[in-house]
Design a protein around this ligand. Structure first.
Ligand code: ADP
Ligand code: MG
Ligand code: ZN
Length: 497
């Protein structure tokens, strides 16, 4: 535990933390929220994905992106929220250089999803987060602040409108969370859920998922909420947990010292591991919300909702439950479900080898597969590695039914993953021997692989069996039956020839 986390824990003996989380996530759509500009602007030169609508030029008219609406409804269904029959668009008015129109089109009075929930596992057991609402809005442009004053003496700030008007979903919880860990776990689980239903890539480092935490304290045993502070700019799950712990500690110290807290927006500084004041907090009255005159109200047809519901796939919680029921440990189930690459590999191998016990597949996926994916620097959300799931399933089946013992089986998997040798060939090599020789075979295998030159000599017809037998006898400390070793070496060399 960090010193801050320890102090926060001690503050929590006297105070209860009240935490509400707001999460903005960029929706995965081809085009922006109210125009046909592409959302594939990552890495594109600035201001190349723009048009009069997303540049906020006077007279340009917005047209609603239906796919974005469907993504929010799908999210609403996945968090067991209710979806209204009608909703409308509203203008949220404020000035900022990243907002060319001077207002953001958003939803205020009637969110697309309301009163949902998401249950997460924490170190203290399951915890259900109550979700107040999820609504749709448009993203702002991006500012790039120059660090040196220009020749005019001003510091320059550049505006990139590529992101302007990208569809954004805001998900707001009730002030129902009580610990920093609950907040981190909620953000993690929500990310899995958004990825599972395919509505967002939700990458925190890339700003596709932005978490803001509202934190206040109240003396234990009292009802009224204290003054809240909103914390922004946390770009990892760990930062979410640390920033909240920091705020709990900071606010407790202020209250203890009799200093008043102010309702403000603070930023998280990951370098200093501290929050800092950014500005005082706006209230909703400041935004002068009013209905958007350029867009008609939105009728949400019940049949439309049912079609969207049919497209919602298995959610992470259900998947974990299914894996545990199939015999995987809860820990392995959560490791696999937390990683789309592992999930994909698990599903593919299980489908290819119906006879392979789930536990065997899980061991492979969390072991050799995960190591390989990590070493190859594969996108953790990419699909299974380079190998064919049927090949892996064939080797795992041979391990499961005892055709090959575990050490040999592991070795075969490594060899298959390393050079793609077909499972059938690998299995044919070991099938010529018997499984109770596994340990011995592992030594034979190791010695053969460590001496490619001697193998080449064997192919060239030179007498090398004795050399290999000697190596194996040495590796086993002379404990092996030399006649048996000789037979195994011969069989193994035949396969090599
Ligand atoms: P805003 O419009 O300023 O974003 P909201 O009322 O929508 O304010 O609340 C934003 C978030 O703050 C919600 O997640 C809510 O649960 C949470 N929240 C509200 N009051 C408090 C409080 N006193 N302490 C902690 N969180 C709070
Ligand atoms: Mg808010
Ligand atoms: Zn546009």
């Amino acid at each position: 535990m960090t010193a801050t986390a320890e102090r926060a824990a001690s503050a929590l003996e006297r105070y209860e933390a009240v935490i509400g989380i707001e999460i903005h996530c960029q929706l995965r759509t081809a085009s922006k929220m109210f125009c046909s500009c592409s959302t594939q602007y990552d890495g594109a030169p600035p201001n190349t994905h723009t048009c009069p609508v997303c540049l906020g030029l006077p007279g340009a008219l917005p047209v609603m992106n239906k796919a974005a609406v469907e993504h929010v409804i799908a999210t609403g269904l996945a968090i067991e929220a209710s979806v209204p029959e009608h909703t409308q668009w509203e203008r949220k008015n404020y000035f900022y250089p990243d907002l060319p129109k001077g207002y953001q089109i958003s939803q205020y009075a009637i969110p697309l999803a309301a009163d949902g929930r998401l249950t997460v596992d924490t170190s203290a057991g399951p915890f259900t987060v109550l979700i107040r609402r999820a609504h749709l809005e448009e993203d702002t442009a991006k500012l790039a602040h120059g660090d040196a004053p220009s020749s005019s003496g001003y510091r320059t700030t550049l505006v990139d409108f590529n992101r302007s008007g990208a569809p954004l979903m805001e998900i707001v919880t009730e002030p129902c969370l009580r610990t920093a860990e609950q907040a981190r776990r909620y953000a993690e689980e929500l990310q899995l859920l958004l990825r599972a239903i395919g509505v967002s890539d939700a990458d925190m480092e890339r700003g596709q998922m932005r978490v803001e935490a509202n934190v206040s304290l109240r003396p234990r045993g009292t009802e009224p909420f204290g003054t809240r502070v909103e914390v922004k700019n946390m770009n990892s799950f760990r930062a979410v947990e640390r920033a909240i712990a920091y705020e709990i500690d900071r606010q407790a110290a202020a209250i203890d010292a009799g200093e008043p807290l102010s309702m403000e927006t603070r930023g998280w500084d990951d370098g200093r591991q501290a929050t800092y004041r950014m500005r005082s907090k706006e209230t909703s009255e400041d935004y002068r919300y009013f209905p958007e005159p350029d867009l008609p109200p939105l009728r949400v047809d019940r049949a439309w909702i049912e079609r969207i519901r049919d497209g919602v796939p298995e959610l992470p919680a259900a998947r974990r439950k299914r894996y545990v029921a199939a015999g995987i440990t809860p820990y392995d189930a959560s490791v696999i479900v937390a990683d789309q690459g592992m999930t994909g590999a698990f599903e593919a191998i299980s489908a290819a080898g119906a006879a392979v016990p789930a536990k065997e597949v899980a061991n492979f996926v969390t072991g050799p597969h995960a190591r390989l994916a990590k070493a190859a620097g594969l996108n953790p959300r990419g699909t299974a590695g380079p190998s064919d799931p049927r090949e892996i399933a064939a080797i795992l089946a041979a391990i499961a039914d005892g055709t090959v013992g575990r050490p040999i089986g592991r070795d075969l998997l490594d060899r298959h993953l390393a050079d793609g040798t077909p499972a059938a060939d690998l299995l044919a090599t070991v099938r010529s021997t018997i499984s109770d020789d596994d340990d011995l075979l592992a030594h034979v295998e190791a010695v053969i692989r460590a001496n490619p030159k001697a193998v080449a000599d064997f192919r060239a017809g030179k007498p090398v069996t004795g050399f290999f037998v000697g190596q194996v006898m040495r590796a086993t400390g002379g404990a092996a039956d030399a006649a048996r070793v000789t037979a195994l070496v011969r069989a193994r060399l035949e396969a090599e020839g």
